[in-house]
Design a protein around this ligand. Sequence first.
Ligand SMILES: NC(=O)c1ccc[n+]([C@@H]2O[C@H](COP(=O)([O-])OP(=O)(O)OC[C@H]3O[C@@H](n4cnc5c(N)ncnc54)[C@H](O)[C@@H]3O)[C@@H](O)[C@H]2O)c1
Length: 339
Amino acid sequence: MTPFSRVAVTGGAGYVGSALVPALVEAGYDVTVLDCFFYGDHVFDGLRGHPCLHPVRLDIRDERALTAALQGMEAVVHLACISNDPSFELDPRLGKSINYDAFAGVLRAVRANSVKRFIYASSSSVYGVKDQPDVREEDACEPLTDYSRYKWLCEQQLRDEGLGSCEWVILRPATVCGWAPRLRLDLTVNLLTIHALVNRVITVFGGTQLRPNLHIHDMVAAYRAMLEAPGDLVHGQTWNVGYQNRSVMELAELVRRQLGDPAARIEVRPTDDVRSYHINADRIRQAVGFAPRWTIEEAVQGLCEAYRDGKIPNPLTDPRYHNLNMMQQLLQQEELFVG
Ligand SMILES: NC(=O)c1ccc[n+]([C@@H]2O[C@H](COP(=O)([O-])OP(=O)(O)OC[C@H]3O[C@@H](n4cnc5c(N)ncnc54)[C@H](O)[C@@H]3O)[C@@H](O)[C@H]2O)c1
């Protein structure tokens, strides 16, 4: 039995949300999705008309609308974001307005509605570059980019201000991989896999950087665990969530093996993206018993099946799969006002 039945998911029509929201609905939650739908509203076609799904087109920067939309919500999962470095840097003012400036209003809207639990999606990129083999929650955060820096500043704001009687928890997820209804192909494993499938060439930029990965099914399971765990276990906590740490070159080799296509070539190119981190996610396992179960191999397999089943049409050209391309298009259409 779930402790909260009415849950709002900001950014619920994005990559993670498009897997999380149907899973919550199927588990019996009543889910309100608060999203601008930058990447389309088709992601919930399979649930259209479901009495427990309530999609609301809303910009989280509109505090008044957000406060009204959160009325009656018992829990909020805050995913809405410009969610990678390149699309943030495309228009830093816009990125800051959504990823940081709006956060104070989100916290006020949560407080104003007596929400019982708030879950914030931070990122393991807050650690920046680290030499040590196991980066843990208490290690220093040295974010290298504005996207990561604002994630970290939001964390700090939440810790400093708290939310009154509302329990809160911060997750620092690894890079997510695997198929979802709103698919991102700009994330490492997904990108390597789609290039191997379409071009039979896997381009690796650098290669030695370590990347922690997490199957999208486990990402969903982690958010559910945060909704369902007793408050005394989760309140006020910050947790890494990741599974397999691999170098980008190891990921490329894994993809080639998984495709069973020895002719697929791996091409190495230089990069100035030096981000490298290796996270340890023991603490969430010890505290709430959450342990990832899905492998990177299974994520690659799922992507291959989806591609071969025709579920990923035009993977290299459709901007919906690539946050940067879609943001460029929306900015040209002036659809992203700065609040
Ligand atoms: N995907 C990953 O690998 C990963 C890893 C670590 C952390 N995260 C975090 O998890 C969250 C979800 O990531 P994702 O990959 O699903 O991102 P995404 O880009 O696919 O989805 C973000 C969603 O937020 C919505 N959105 C953006 N600005 C908005 C606004 N002003 N008002 C309302 N909605 C808005 C978009 O329309 C989109 O549906 C993000 O906060 C991201 O930083 C993701």
